[in-house]
Design a protein around this ligand. Structure first.
Ligand code: CO
Length: 157
């Protein structure tokens, strides 16, 4: 436990303050992103696990085809995606293979959330939101600022 005035307590206070700010922006779990080589095959696998049917969509701006599978929790999904063009995601697949790729949190105001994070020293991949699946606004935070996890923010409609 932290004792008054020590570094752990100071860090805990900083985290708590940031947490309060972020919570006020409605941060909540939205989806887990899984990168796969073959979307129909992955769809079959997740079908065996009881997920599907879902919403399938090409997102040319990100060079992926996505299958968004609803879960029992409204507004929470499993996002399976396969690269459709050569680029950083095909290189990712070659190097690291299939698997969990990112976590996504929904926020009420993505621009405000990015601003808050930037002010608190969080490194961003995207300084401004771009269009994701369903026309949602999305932006990624750098894994170096999130303990090795790629985090996506989503502002659903
Ligand atoms: Co995603």
């Amino acid at each position: 436990m932290a004792t008054p005035g020590d570094a752990a307590e100071t860090a805990a206070n900083v985290v708590q303050d940031l947490g309060v700010q972020l919570a006020s922006n409605g941060f909540r779990f939205h989806h887990i992103g899984v990168i796969v080589r073959d979307l129909p095959q992955a769809s079959e696998t997740y079908g065996l696990l009881g997920f599907g049917p879902g919403h399938e969509e090409d997102v040319p701006s990100q060079g992926v085809r996505v299958l968004l599978l609803p879960t029992a929790q409204r507004g929470q999904y499993i996002e399976l995606f396969a690269p459709t063009t050569e680029g950083s995601l095909t290189r990712y697949l070659e190097k690291r293979g299939e698997g969990v790729h990112h976590l996504a949190f929904a926020v009420d105001d993505i621009r405000a959330a990015l601003e808050q994070l930037r002010e608190n020293g969080v490194r961003l991949v995207d300084n401004a939101p771009r269009a994701g699946v369903h026309g949602w606004s999305v932006a990624f935070l750098h894994p170096a600022s999130a303990h090795g996890v790629l985090i996506e923010l989503v502002q659903p409609e």
